[in-house]
Write a protein that binds this ligand. Structure first.
Ligand code: FES
Ligand SMILES: [Fe+2]
Length: 432
């Protein structure tokens, strides 16, 4: 089926949408071409390629890419594709090398992407020039405070404009480091769920679901914190417990939607108030920034940020998820954890604990959500499925896709904002 702008618009209403957006193969391909090939995508952090020659392989939308630092220190991103017959150049997840040899016929590429040598070059013809066959660079690459973004087209807004108000969520993470920098743990944890990528984006800032979907872990965290009393010092337990807050308390939190589909939810009060930061960390941050600025940084109680369409961030818990759509009904999540440079190890341990509880493949919280996503994927595949309703706290006329709009914490505005963005990408003339 081909989708005209009218057909696309018919899929997405103000407060309802058509369930075919989850399972339709043609729509998925269109999303890859019109959203993921045109938007800035978060693909990692400069600390993943610290030394000359270091590289890692990841995905940017539907394209495998290779991020590689050359001998002069320049970081580039290439399609991870040999320019001879198009096979995958690098099958390793990460490593350090001044050059890589294609596993098919042995073409050798340098870290700056140049083709250095090929076996028996004379056999490729007299007009064959190594200089014509370097790796294809991704069209655009930029950093924001060490976070690496790429885009598959040159045209479009600059990275700073794309991030808009959501850049403050990256600030929230980096500002917490006494030395002013964060460092990603090089080995991420990956897992997959059998559902559409959008299901995750529609869940993670959904304050209403937490107390219902995660009731079992709320009970467990409540019991464990009561048993351990003041010895239960992991902040992640506080957050797990806070998932069980009454709806009226959730609705008093602020949910912010921003341009380009981004959103963030302010934090879970319970988890913050009862779990103060270690004093030696507060002291180090205060020495580095002054007591007033340190207090301001630590008072930011932002729970989770959705950087549409590629990632989530949690500054308070030093984590990032990259979201890789692999098919209409298959999504990979790559979870990274960050160390705050200059902070005591205790902060890294805290983050690690949170990571395991909430993000890793072992997370008892995430597995609740995956079961829900997979149910939604299966039941929305049929053409007779009814609409998806996102009318909670719908305020007709309240701007969608605007610079910064504050909603009540339990609003489904962030989903409506994502679909307004989805529609504008999908119908954009320039992408056809
Ligand atoms: S495909 Fe890479 S050398 Fe032939
Ligand atoms: Fe959840």
């Amino acid at each position: 089926m081909t989708y005209t702008p009218e057909a696309l618009a018919a899929l997405v209403g103000d407060s309802q949408f058509d369930p075919r957006v989850y399972g339709d193969e043609a729509l998925f391909r269109l999303e890859m071409a019109r959203i993921f090939d045109r938007s800035w995508l978060l693909v990692g952090h400069e600390s993943l390629v610290k030394q000359p020659g270091s590289f890692y392989a990841t995905r940017a939308g539907s394209h495998p890419i290779l991020v590689w630092r050359d001998g002069q220190g320049t970081v580039r991103a290439f399609l991870n594709r040999c320019t001879h017959r198009g096979t995958r150049l690098c099958s390793l997840d990460r490593g350090v090398a001044g050059s890589l040899v294609c596993p098919y016929h042995g073409w050798v590429f340098a870290a700056d992407g140049a083709l250095k040598s090929v076996p028996a070059p004379e056999e490729y013809g007299s007009d064959f020039r190594l200089g014509d066959w370097g790796l294809a660079p991704v069209a655009a690459l930029d950093f924001y405070r060490g976070f690496l973004f790429v885009r598959h087209t040159k045209q479009g807004p600059g990275l700073r404009e794309f991030l808009g108000d959501a850049a403050s969520s990256i600030d929230d993470l980096v500002d917490r480091a006494p030395d002013g920098e964060v460092e990603a743990c090089a080995i991420p944890l990956r897992h997959r769920y059998k559902g559409n990528w959008k299901l995750g984006f529609e869940n993670l800032n959904d304050a209403h679901h937490a107390r219902v979907a995660h009731a079992a872990t709320v009970r467990a965290a409540t019991r464990v914190t009561a048993e351990l009393a003041e010895k239960a010092t992991h902040a992640s337990l506080g957050v797990m417990k806070a998932n069980g807050m009454p709806i009226r308390q959730f609705s008093q939190l602020d949910l912010v939607t921003a341009k380009f589909g981004h959103s963030y939810l302010f934090g879970f009060i319970d988890g913050q108030k009862k779990q103060p930061f270690p004093q030696d960390y507060v002291d180090r941050l205060s020495r580095a920034r002054g007591a007033e600025e340190a207090a301001r940084i630590l008072s930011v109680n932002r729970h989770l940020t959705l950087l549409y369409p590629s990632a989530t961030l949690q500054g308070r818990f030093q984590t990032m998820r990259l979201i890789h759509p692999l098919g209409p009904d298959l999504t990979e999540i790559v979870g990274y954890i960050f160390r705050l440079k200059g902070a005591p190890d205790r902060m890294y341990e805290e983050a690690l604990h949170y990571f395991h509880v909430s993000i890793s493949p072992f997370s008892p919280v995430a597995t609740d959500d995956f079961e829900l996503y997979e149910g939604a994927q299966e039941l929305n595949a049929s053409s007779s499925a009814g609409p998806i309703v996102v009318s909670r706290l719908h305020e007709p006329g309240k701007a969608s896709n605007a610079e910064r709009v504050v909603h009540r914490g339990t609003s489904e505005a962030f989903i409506r904002n994502q679909y307004a963005t989805w529609l504008s990408y999908m119908c954009d003339e320039a992408s056809r």
